[in-house]
Write a protein that binds this ligand. Structure first.
Ligand code: FMN
Ligand code: SF4
Length: 646
């Protein structure tokens, strides 16, 4: 049983009692409807988390005006017609004793005409390249006054919709944040220039909201404590502003950081350490008496407890952790730590949000599909052979066994894990193992029989006589056979390198500059080997996703052990040299002791064909990368669906 004393203590915000200190941070999920109403899918998602013990939930950025809508399927409280659907959700959350907060939001300079149909408005015409570069129009003073009324109207609606508290979204570069910041507020009137003038909009919004909801209703503020851009706000600036709001009657502060230009600090990928933002909430606690909510890559309840013990926050916001496993809190309470499907900060969810897609999760295929993915017992028990112990194989085996089937999982290597075994190697990639770790545990505890260290043959299948075979044999690295010199001893591939099967040399050419090529180059560099990346496109990390790129690309650029050749292809490989060509120019890279292929994968898929040709098994599925190589989110999802289909 984990010691979670502080975390499970009730807390108060104003007079509102919250049953514990665990709070779900706001997360846009992209499944409101087109006018900002809450859908049944949205409610299902929230209920799944509320019923598993979280003390309070802040739903997501909730737009107060269609001009400031951030995303197409964002929820809104911009019109009275939004109230009933929000009320349906808050009623459901209250059944589980969960406090519901909304987060009033205007995207300001981060809005895009493509999504809203309007030119964005902002304190000043300072566009944000990260959100599309639309030039915002400077608000007039009359428009500012109108906008303040819109915040107040939305606050009134929030109260009518049954929310227990309101957070003003003053973070992440949106409207409130952009007025506060000298980086984005270039005005010379009473709303810009001096510190007091930059504060004015935030203070007037707070006061108007307070007037709309009354003195007894908790109103808080989500603040970007540090913008992480040159000329932007720092903790010293925001502490003073937060103190001012406290003096004016603010009830709590929720401490985040970053704006879109520093989005990797808002939603930190696995490259950034756990609890990275706690120094900012701790900093706020030094000057404030109101409750402080801490956030940022807290994916583990024991870690959250320690943050409270160190007095770095009064409440702990976690959101991706609940996305990945809605039961994380109750599992931790019971001490079932191994049973937790942990968020590994792969940031696929935010990449999906930024591309207007439903915010699914790599490790939890049921996230956002709670109702349809509920496990139901199999109608007829079947004997199932799952071949391949990677993510897809483990997921299908786990699900099928939980539904009552007789499942055996076969892996030719000596351990389960498949591609995660190598994908989790290197200083910044270890968290990938979390998803394999969870599934190995799940397979071992769900009644699946596991056989490792022997490759399954057609004869084995004939002898076993299963009702169902699922082939999930994954991929191997693609090494183009037609490149002259490709069979020389100097040549190897990323799997051999990352798994330590091939000793690291002194100077390597790495072919491929996407995610796995970069991972291989960084791994070599960490181990004292100079790496020269040869990438055929004109940019590195094309498959990384926007936020990961913000972290990985500068790191690779600063690594003096890594050189990069873009727009380049390998022409020929010698014993200790590689000839590349770039736009018709040839170059010989000499003195190398490794050529590592890290571009492309080949599917391992003979067995399903053999079984089908012989017609010996009634049901055969080929899933995961063996069907076609994709991202882990697609592979796990396909396995989860197949496990429910059989
Ligand atoms: C998909 C996604 C959507 C988010 N949407 C919001 C949002 O609507 N409002 C907000 O203030 N923060 C939003 N965030 C930031 C989170 O609230 C949180 O601060 C951040 O993810 C770090 O916490 P975590 O490590 O617990 O996920 C979002 C994060 C993600 C991953
Ligand atoms: S998609 Fe990745 S980052 Fe997002 S919640 Fe799931 S595991 Fe965490």
């Amino acid at each position: 049983m984990a010691q979670l004393e502080k975390l499970l203590e009730p807390g108060y915000i104003k007079n509102l009692k919250i049953k514990n200190r665990v709070s779900m941070a706001p997360m846009e999920k992209q499944y409101g409807d087109r006018v900002g109403n809450i859908t049944q899918r949205y409610i299902d998602y929230m209920v799944e988390r509320a019923k598993n013990g979280v003390g309070m939930i802040t739903v997501e950025s909730t737009f107060i005006d269609p001009v400031g809508r951030g995303n197409i399927y964002q929820i809104g409280l911009w019109d009275d017609s939004n109230i009933p659907s929000h009320k349906r959700m808050t009623d459901e959350l209250h059944k589980y004793g969960t406090i519901a907060a909304t987060e009033l939001h205007h995207a300001g300079r981060n809005a895009s005409t493509y999504k809203t149909g309007f030119q964005p408005v902002a304190p000043s015409p300072v566009p944000c390249e990260v959100s599309g570069g639309y030039m915002p129009r400077e608000l007039t003073v009359d428009e500012i006054k109108e906008l303040i009324k819109k915040y107040a109207e939305a606050a009134r609606r929030a109260e009518e919709a049954g929310y227990d508290m309101i957070t003003l979204h003053g973070a992440h570069g949106y409207m409130l944040n952009s007025f506060l910041s000298p980086y984005s507020n270039k005005r010379t009137d009473e709303y810009g220039g001096s510190t007091e003038n930059r504060w004015r909009f935030g203070i007037e919004v707070f006061q108007a909201v307070r007037a709309a909801v009354g003195d007894d209703y908790p109103v808080g503020y989500r603040i970007t404590a540090d913008e992480f851009v040159d000329g932007g706000l720092t903790l010293d600036d925001t502490k003073v502003f937060a103190k001012k709001l406290e003096e004016l009657g603010l009830d709590y502060i929720d401490v985040s950081v970053g704006i879109y230009e520093s989005a990797h600090m808002i939603i930190q990928p696995m490259d950034i350490p756990l609890g990275c933002l706690l120094p900012y909430s701790a900093g706020m606690k030094e000057v404030l008496d109101i409750p402080v909510i801490g956030t940022g890559r807290i994916n583990d309840m024991v870690f959250a407890e320690k943050a409270l013990e160190r007095n770095e926050a009064d409440f702990v916001h976690m959101v991706r952790a609940f996305h990945a496993d809605p039961e994380i809190l109750i599992k931790a309470q019971k001490g079932d730590m191994d049973d937790i499907c942990m968020c590994m900060a792969c940031n696929k969810c935010i990449d999906l949000m930024f591309s207007d897609q439903q915010v699914c999760c790599t490790v939890n295929p049921a996230a956002t599909r709670e109702r349809e993915m509920a496990l139901r017992p199999a109608k007829e028990k079947k004997k199932i052979m799952v071949i391949g112990g990677g993510l897809a194989g483990m997921e299908v085996a786990r699900v099928a066994a939980l539904r009552g089937h007789d499942v055996t999982l076969f892996e030719k290597d000596n351990e389960l894990g498949g591609s995660v075994r190598w994908a989790s190697k290197g200083k910044y990639r270890e968290e990938w193992w979390q998803t394999a770790r969870y599934r190995i545990h799940a397979v071992n505890t769900s009644g699946v029989k596991v056989s490792v260290g022997k490759e399954v043959t057609l004869d084995d299948v004939k002898t076993a006589g299963p009702d169902v075979v699922v082939v999930a044999t994954g991929t191997v690295p693609f090494v183009p056979p037609y490149i002259p010199g490709v069979n020389k001893p100097v040549v190897t591939d990323y799997v051999a390198v990352l798994l330590g099967e091939r000793a690291v040399g002194k100077k390597a050419v790495v072919i491929g500059g996407k995610d796995i090529g970069l991972a291989t180059a960084e791994f070599l560099s960490e181990n004292g080997c100079k790496a020269i990346i040869v990438e055929d496109s004109d940019a590195l990390g094309g498959d990384l996703g926007g936020i990961k790129q913000m972290v990985v690309l500068p790191r690779v650029e600063e690594d003096t052990n890594i050189d990069v050749k873009l727009n380049s292809n390998v022409e020929e490989i010698g014993d200790d040299w590689v000839e590349i060509q770039s736009k018709g120019e040839r170059e010989k890279i000499e003195g190398i002791d490794m050529v590592v292929f890290a571009a492309g994968r080949e599917m391992v898929r003979q067995l399903d064909d053999d079984i089908n040709r012989e017609g010996i098994v009634p049901e055969v599925y080929i899933i995961g990368d063996a069907a076609w190589p994709r991202e882990p989110i697609d592979v796990i999802y396909e396995a989860a669906v197949t496990g429910r289909r059989i």
